[in-house]
Design a protein around this ligand. Structure first.
Ligand code: ATP
Ligand code: RIB
Length: 315
């Protein structure tokens, strides 16, 4: 099933630090790398590495970073025909990662911030045959909040009109979602912070995540998956509520764990896996990603995911 990702592309400027700095403090870092990232692009790379036909819709700047970001997507097998090159800088993310894999991120949107309602018209959506004899091919659209909300909303409206399944990662956190947004989304995947910000509840464990998921479902999204980092993920759908624990793995760097999860989820659902199985699959993709440094370089291939699941007693 084709996957479209509408979202951000960032160059991640990553400093390794002994611990995360306090306000006003200057620390000596122990390493520095530039790594292709951005929540949208990371999810696209995750899906493509797992074998899905994946297209990216987004914007980069006309600086050196833009070309590198598009090349990284293409190398993973993502179609970049719909990535526009705008005048000005590309998006960047300033990231500190400490020795435990914990991180701190500041995103400066650059070209990602130029998106507007017209971006919805650029989505490569399925087209009905002229006599409507063939059903539309099912597609999945993945979005996040590193591009303007008006653009995300317009894309969701258009995708829904074409029968496309819409999965939204409401990251970075925001609390100003219009009430009618929730009904445009089939699956919402906040992390702990985002679930807290959206609901006003203090989400910190499986029980509080279940409560938050039900609040969000009542606003109109059929299925909510709250990602809880090392505590796994809580799922609430119209027919079931369940918890999928995280795989116990050595953590190197959790940057883009959520993106790995969403890419894996889309691929698994697109292949027709039931929701619980799809979330287990997504958790395996995310677990493999936290064992590697960097955003896009940490996204596993399909054989790696299959071998990991086998070695953990799952097919
Ligand atoms: P990011 O913003 O860094 O992309 P996120 O905050 O959206 O990530 P998390 O909740 O940190 O997402 O993680 C997503 C999923 O990744 C979790 O639900 C879990 O399956 C997996 N994961 C995260 N941290 C770990 C960990 N320490 N060990 C194993 N799996 C993990
Ligand atoms: O989710 C991880 C991503 O968030 C990083 O790649 C960084 O670009 C920020 O957007």
């Amino acid at each position: 099933m084709p996957i479209i990702v509408f979202g951000s592309l960032n160059m991640d400027l990553v400093a390794q630090v002994p611990r995360l700095p306090m306000a006003g403090e200057t620390l000596l870092g122990t390493g520095f790398t530039t790594v292709p990232g951005g929540k949208g692009a990371n999810q696209a790379v995750a899906a493509a590495r797992l074998g899905a036909a994946t297209s990216m819709v987004g914007r980069v700047g006309d600086d050196g970073f833009g070309a590198i970001l598009c090349a990284s997507l293409r190398q993973a097998g993502v179609n970049t025909d719909l990535v526009l090159v705008d005048a000005g800088p590309s998006g960047v993310a300033l990231i500190n990662v400490d020795g435990t894999g914990e991180n701190q991120i500041v995103v400066v949107p650059g070209a990602n911030g130029h998106g507007d309602e017209t971006d919805g018209l650029r989505l490569p959506l399925p087209v009905a045959s002229p006599d409507r004899s063939k059903p539309l091919e099912p597609y999945i659209l993945l979005m996040q909040f590193e591009v303007p909300l008006v653009a995300v909303q317009a894309a969701a409206v258009r995708a829904k009109a074409h029968g496309v399944r819409v999965i939204v990662d409401p990251a970075p956190a925001r609390s100003d979602l219009p009430p009618d947004f929730y009904g445009l989304v089939d699956i919402l995947t906040p992390n702990q912070t985002e679930a807290s910000q959206l609901t006003g509840l203090a989400v910190q464990d499986v029980t509080t995540a279940q409560a938050a998921a039900q609040v969000l479902r009542q606003r109109g999204t059929a299925t909510v998956i709250v990602k809880l980092g090392g505590q796994g993920a809580v799922v609430a759908s119209p027919s079931e509520v369940f918890h999928v624990p995280a795989f116990p793995v050595p953590v190197v760097d959790t940057v883009a764990a959520g993106d790995a999860f969403n890419g894996g989820l889309a691929v698994a659902l697109g292949e027709g896996k039931p929701l619980r199985r799809a979330v287990e699959w997504a958790s395996a993709v995310a677990a493999l990603s936290v064992m590697q440094a960097g955003a896009q370089p940490s996204m596993p291939t399909r054989p790696q995911v299959e071998a990991f699941l086998l070695s953990h007693g799952s097919e």
